[in-house]
Design a protein around this ligand. Sequence first.
Ligand SMILES: *Cc1c(COP(=O)(O)O)cnc(C)c1O
Length: 230
Amino acid sequence: MSLECRLKEIESRMAAAAAEVGRDPSEITLVGASKTQSSETIKYAISKGLTTCGENRVQEFTPHWDANAYEGAKVHFIGHLQTNKVKYIVGKVSVIESVDSFRLLEAVANQAEKLGLVQEILLEVNIAGEESKGGCPVEEVESLARRARELSHVRLRGLMVIPPVEQIKGENRIYFQKTHGLLVDIRRKMGDNDCEMNCLSMGMSDDFEDAIREGATHVRVGRGIFGNRN
Ligand SMILES: *Cc1c(COP(=O)(O)O)cnc(C)c1O
């Protein structure tokens, strides 16, 4: 199947999952996880309607950025980010989805202040408490969110989650539900009156439909769009 067909198929499956639970498909953004893809492939995907790219690694992002590969689309940074690499990302990407520590949060805020801009971010949550995973522990999300709201050069938009690899289809749905619950809880506790924290980035190629059923506003799909990675 061609990239164009795969993209259309993902979009129609997204719309069907949204319809199932009475959601408007236009509330949900497809983020094309383009790791390992060439600048040409990214440009092609954008020409076929991809509106948002998701990049994992600064080393891949920078050459694509320099080659104008993202022209016509937004970029979300979705991978683990080291504090010393923040300067290559802030102000270029529209959202950094993977903020998971105070140290990283402060580094992003400092760089944004230096550039005189406001960087949108999500907090990445380690929802299943996996040892070997990035993401903020569930117990710390509220304090991290409160700190983010104090910093005038970041705008906290919501949460991101990478649940465990599914062994059985459907078993991650509970984690999507928990992440949604956590966001609702934090918004209530923090009094999110201007409704800024309304983003939930969750779901990948194998489980994005369940994520949509549980309230995802952004799904990050790689293989489903670009095909299997080598
Ligand atoms: C690679 C990646 C995805 C997409 O994974 P697929 O299984 O290829 O859909 C989503 N989110 C993150 C953070 C990723 O690294």
